[in-house]
Design a protein around this ligand. Structure first.
Ligand code: DQA
Length: 144
């Protein structure tokens, strides 16, 4: 099983940016945590981060025929990007939407999620553990 973990804009600033919302773990900590979790379950994973919408679309397209599942936190593109939604729909790879913060309790503009329309599941507000729960979900989902 191969899982692609995608993080969008500003998630490379984890540990520095708004720790009240996103905690103190860095992006490097997150990658280490995800890689360790996958290794312990004999899952191959790749972590990818970009601040650019087109690069995120390219990465999703490149996943076609290569990855079995996608975990994605599109960051602010969650609330704006039809292109990322369309990319996920195009490749038809089971995808889980993750948000570190509890977006449903934040500003109105964060209540819109385009990616949710293509996501098999959405996980919010669990900090970086949300990525691990997304991987658990994909393991079960892909077994069926
Ligand atoms: C986020 C929530 C988004 O609203 C925000 O723009 C982010 C991070 C989260 O992980 O909680 O960049 O996706």
């Amino acid at each position: 099983m191969k899982i692609l973990v995608i993080n969008g804009p500003n998630l490379n600033m984890l540990g520095i940016r708004e720790p009240d919302h996103y905690g103190r773990e860095t992006y490097a900590d997150l990658v280490k945590k995800v890689e360790g979790y996958c290794a312990g379950r004999s899952i191959e994973c790749e972590c990818y981060q970009s601040n650019h919408e087109g690069c995120l679309v390219d990465k999703i397209q490149e996943a076609y025929g290569v990855f079995d599942g996608i975990v994605i936190n599109p960051g602010a593109y969650t609330h704006t990007s039809i292109a990322i939604l369309d990319a996920v729909k195009s490749v038809m790879i089971p995808t889980v939407e993750v948000h570190i913060s509890k977006v449903e309790e934040r500003e109105d503009f964060r209540q819109v999620s385009y990616i949710r329309l293509a996501a098999a599941k959405t996980i919010t507000g669990l900090g970086t553990d949300g990525y691990l729960r997304a991987i658990d979900f994909l393991i079960d989902y892909l077994k069926k």
